[in-house]
Ligand binder design. Structure first.
Ligand code: BTN
Length: 331
């Protein structure tokens, strides 16, 4: 058995939240107690709390709900989803890289990669995406679309809008989108979406859609995150599990993509004024210029273009932004 497979066995045993002695784990896996101890150390280095108490053994306080790929696969089959393959791993470098690697071998098959932990999670602008074990949802979708790159205007926003529109009815707080694609609750980040597209300009494109959504992260797991954040779990109106929510999000993206393919971006664009965090408000857009000097532009957020670009009403004219960071200006 490979190390990650052994870890998967230990996690499955400990997921019940009970104590399991080192000896009983070792026997089940046919390894030594020292080997179990080393594997537990590895798991702890992934920011998952595992108690180790002499005479009692190991315990994950409160237990753990691991992602159930079989359940997700069955649900996708039932819905005739665009995604036909699903892989859940305990640890990968980045689910985005899993999609990229998979496509080098077998392009075109709609696939989903989910991880409990990412060693090199990537955010926008080359930022790391901190991914403590099992605390949040980290997944990437690879999908080929019969549209050239030049026809993908607004697609990334269409995914963000689909997720926000799906989540709003099931939460007791309002979820807004901060352009270009953050899901926010009261100014705090709930989720980040990173869409990478490749392909040709006319016929075919390959999308790598990555979503990181905060589920039940603890403050001590987030000390490297330099912006306010919020978890989804406490906001849910009914007690959905982590797997329930993941299934729901995959379904929302599947439906969103199908809608985009049949109706284009305009149908998503209509909901922008009500779902945008900054629509009609005074904002500052921070842009990195060619010589890496950040430039600040002030104005009123005036909606989005069909390309997904942001419109800003400045003193003299409407400016269009294809990249940049938006923040609200205190009035
Ligand atoms: C952002 O910066 O807001 C985008 C964050 C995207 C993070 C997700 S987590 C799953 C997938 N794998 C990655 O390495 N990044 C994306």
């Amino acid at each position: 058995m490979k190390t990650l497979e052994k870890i998967q066995v230990i996690l499955t045993l400990l997921s019940d939240g009970q104590f399991h002695s080192g000896q009983s784990i070792a026997q089940k896996m046919n390894v030594s107690r020292t080997a179990v101890w080393k594997l537990i150390k590895k798991i702890q280095s992934w920011q998952l709390e595992v108690f180790s108490i002499q005479g009692k053994g190991y315990q994950i306080p409160g237990g753990l709900e691991l992602i159930d790929s079989t359940r997700l696969f069955e649900s996708m089959q039932k819905q005739q989803s665009l995604f036909q393959q699903v892989t859940a791993s305990v640890c990968v470098d980045s689910t985005a890289d899993c999609v990229a690697k998979k496509w080098q071998q077998n392009p075109g098959v709609g696939c989903v990669y989910i991880a409990e932990y990412q060693t090199k999670g990537r955010g926008r602008k080359g930022q790391p995406w901190i991914s403590p074990f099992g605390a949040n949802l980290y997944f990437s979708i690879g999908i080929e679309l019969p549209l050239g790159l030049s026809a993908l205007g607004g697609l990334s926003l269409a995914i963000g809008i689909s997720l926000a529109n799906a989540l709003n009815p099931i939460t007791n707080q309002v979820i807004k989108i901060k352009w270009p694609n953050d899901l926010l609750v009261n100014d705090k980040k709930l989720a980040g979406i990173l869409v990478e597209a490749s392909g040709d300009h006319h016929d075919t494109s390959f999308l790598n859609i990555g979503v990181g959504l905060n589920w039940n992260m603890q403050a001590h797991q987030a000390n490297q995150i330099d912006q306010p954040w919020v978890n989804l779990k406490p906001l849910l109106k009914s007690g959905m599990s982590r797997n329930d929510v993941l299934e729901f999000l995959l379904c929302a993206i599947d439906c969103g993509l199908k809608k985009y393919l049949s109706q284009g971006f305009s149908v998503f664009k209509r909901s922008w004024p009500s779902i945008s965090y900054s629509y009609g408000k005074p904002v500052r857009v921070l842009q990195n210029s060619a010589n890496n000097n950040a430039q600040e532009i002030f104005g009123i957020e005036a909606g989005i273009e069909t390309t997904g670009a942001l419109k800003l009403q400045t003193e003299h004219k409407v400016k269009i932004f294809h990249s940049g960071e938006v923040s609200l200006r205190k009035t």
